[in-house]
Design a protein around this ligand. Structure first.
Ligand code: COA
Length: 252
């Protein structure tokens, strides 16, 4: 279905729906994110969003060595012009789309997760790493700044000091440090990575789906608000959820 991704659905029989496994599939290039992969990810998110049976998405990387080594550096500087590059980005804001994606997303990370590969994980809701995972935002070494959201998502997740350490040195951290920093929620042996990701997905999918959806919305939207506004948002979403549930009960 996609040139650079595998898109596989795993039925669960749970109220939340099925698991969609999206595998970044350029193992010879350490799953570097080229333009084609970004287009494919955009389309895969469309499919997962529109498919009512798709309940949660797990991202993983093909091959032994990497989740993803980041943006494809062989494509750097190949856009016809800076204006074209900026227009393409605005028309298809993949990272913004991931940041606002309504269904739960889990990153199952092994090996290298660099640059946009690391940032993709940061845009997911839960990150699970295997013991061999290494995370880094090396853009500064190349004279760039992270541009798949990393300067914003990383400090929100791991705090200002740890984030600045990572983005200003560009040095990768190992899985144990990532756990210590709060960059990942779990570290497991390599052979248990996908079982753990599946376990987390199944737990979420077994909960009432409307409550899961609203809860994710409350957390994601609330993070950008002052506390008082966030509390109002939470109350509003709770009311909406109750009203929807009552309507459903009356209809039943
Ligand atoms: N873009 C394009 N190709 C990449 C890539 C990337 N980001 N990362 C790795 N590759 C390719 C290599 O060119 C190589 O391809 P080849 O076999 O056709 O020559 C293949 O993947 C394997 O990589 P290699 O560098 O040989 O593996 P390694 O084990 O020696 O090193 C890394 C692994 C991750 C340390 C190293 O590949 C690296 O630094 N990659 C670039 C990371 C980066 O800067 N990402 C962009 C952030 S903005």
């Amino acid at each position: 279905m996609f040139e650079t991704l595998l898109y596989e659905k795993q039925p669960t029989g749970l109220p939340g729906g099925d698991i969609v496994w999206v595998t970044l599939n350029r193992p010879d290039k350490l799953n570097a994110l080229n333009l084609q992969m970004r287009d494919d990810l955009w389309a895969a998110l469309d499919v997962a969003s529109l498919d009512p049976d798709a309940g949660a998405v797990i991202f993983k990387g093909a091959g032994d060595r990497a989740f993803s080594a980041g943006a494809d550096i062989s494509e750097f500087g190949t856009a016809p012009s800076i204006i074209d590059a900026r227009r393409a980005r605005q028309e298809r804001d993949l990272w913004g789309r991931m940041a606002a994606f309504e269904k739960p997303m889990i990153a199952a990370v092994h090996g290298w997760a660099l640059g946009a590969g690391c940032e993709m994980g940061l845009l997911c809701d839960v990150r699970i790493a295997s013991e061999d995972a290494r995370f880094g935002l090396p853009e500064v070494n190349l004279g760039y700044i992270p541009s798949a959201g990393g300067t914003q998502t990383l400090p929100r997740l791991i705090g200002r000091g740890n984030a600045l350490y990572m983005v200003l040195t560009g040095d990768p951290i190992d899985a144990a440090t990532a756990l210590d920093f709060g960059l990942v929620e779990w570290v497991v042996p390599r052979d248990q990575l996908y079982a753990k990701a599946e376990e987390v997905a199944l737990a979420i999918l077994s909960r009432p789906p409307a409550a899961v959806r609203k809860t994710k919305e409350a957390v994601l939207r609330g993070l950008d608000l002052p506390l008082a506004e966030g509390l109002k948002l939470e109350a509003l979403l709770a009311q909406e959820l109750t009203a929807t549930e009552q309507r459903k009960k009356k209809q039943a």
